[in-house]
Design a protein around this ligand. Structure first.
Ligand SMILES: CC(=O)N[C@H](C=O)[C@@H](O)[C@H](O)[C@H](O)CO
Ligand SMILES: CC(=O)C(=O)O
Length: 270
């Protein structure tokens, strides 16, 4: 329905860090199975506070044939220097030595603000499977420097601040991973197509409209619980309640989000 061809499992929206290891394995297996003939890539997030658990999840993802694995920075005891973060990532990546590895940079949630530009310098020597970054930060200078310096190594940069994806594309991001594509995937694909055809005015229209929706719901209080409510609203598929400490979106939020979404007039006419 949203025509999304790649999936990122057990990340932020999937509340991966709130699930048990057993649950995470089960979900990864289910997505591999369901996606078999439908999806191009299944990237499984295997980050955890415990290095041992993260390694176990990496081995599991490799065993079930994941197209990639991703890891966020550990966020209770935090790495403060590049080499500390790199050491952790390396010890996870090496458990899945044939699986492309992505660093999931999301400093607003992890509190780990080590610049990606710095992290990537020489990273292939430590992590031969290093493939790219899921870059969920607004620092477009850091992203630009990553892209500028790493062109030769052909890393992939998947952008994760959906409301400013177009700006990231302009600076050279290769793709996008984000929560809103669960319900605005089709519209975002139209934006990507417009950008690919250099129709910047049309691409901007889509970005302005997705931005209008997001700025509206962000003012109401927008997080993973609210995202799930909007997913249910649009798809009709019940997402179930989030897990504590997150609590379900209010009926008032759902009604307002629904009205806002329905009020938007898209360039493609629906
Ligand atoms: C913090 C967070 O959830 N980030 C998501 C991706 O990483 C984004 O997809 C946002 O949910 C989205 O850009 C809406 O603000
Ligand atoms: C939103 C997103 O990219 C994630 O669930 O990690």
């Amino acid at each position: 329905e949203q025509n999304v061809k790649n999936i990122f499992v057990n990340g932020t929206t999937g509340e991966g860090l709130s699930l048990s290891i057993q649950e995470r394995k089960q979900l990864a297996e289910e997505w591999m199975c369901q996606g078999k003939d439908k999806l191009d890539h299944v990237i499984i997030h295997v980050g955890a506070l415990s290095l041992l658990e993260s390694q176990e999840l990496a081995r599991h993802a490799a065993a079930i044939g994941a197209s990639g694995i991703a890891v966020i920075a550990p966020s209770f005891f935090k790495p403060t220097k590049k080499d500390e973060l790199l050491g952790f990532l390396q010890k996870v990546a090496s458990e899945a030595p044939t699986v492309p590895f992505y660093y999931y940079h999301i400093p607003a949630l992890t509190g780990v603000k080590i610049r990606v530009e710095e992290l990537l310098d020489g990273i292939r020597e430590q992590i031969p499977t290093f493939q790219g970054v899921k870059f969920s930060d607004t620092d477009l200078l850091d992203l630009a420097q990553c892209i500028n310096k790493n062109e030769r190594e052909r890393f992939v940069f998947l952008y994760g601040v959906d409301e400013q994806l177009l700006s990231a594309l302009a600076i050279g991001a290769n793709g996008a991973v984000g929560s809103t594509y669960n319900y605005l995937g089709r519209k975002t694909n139209l934006m990507l197509q417009a950008f690919a055809k250099s129709d910047l005015a049309l691409a901007q229209k889509y970005q302005f409209l997705t931005g209008e929706f997001l700025s509206f719901v962000i003012k109401l209080g927008f997080g993973v619980a609210q995202t799930k409510a909007v997913m249910t609203l649009v798809s009709g598929i019940p997402m179930g309640p989030p897990r504590l400490p997150l609590v379900s979106a209010s009926e008032e939020f759902i009604a307002k989000a629904k009205a806002k979404l329905e009020s938007i007039v898209w360039p493609d006419g629906d």
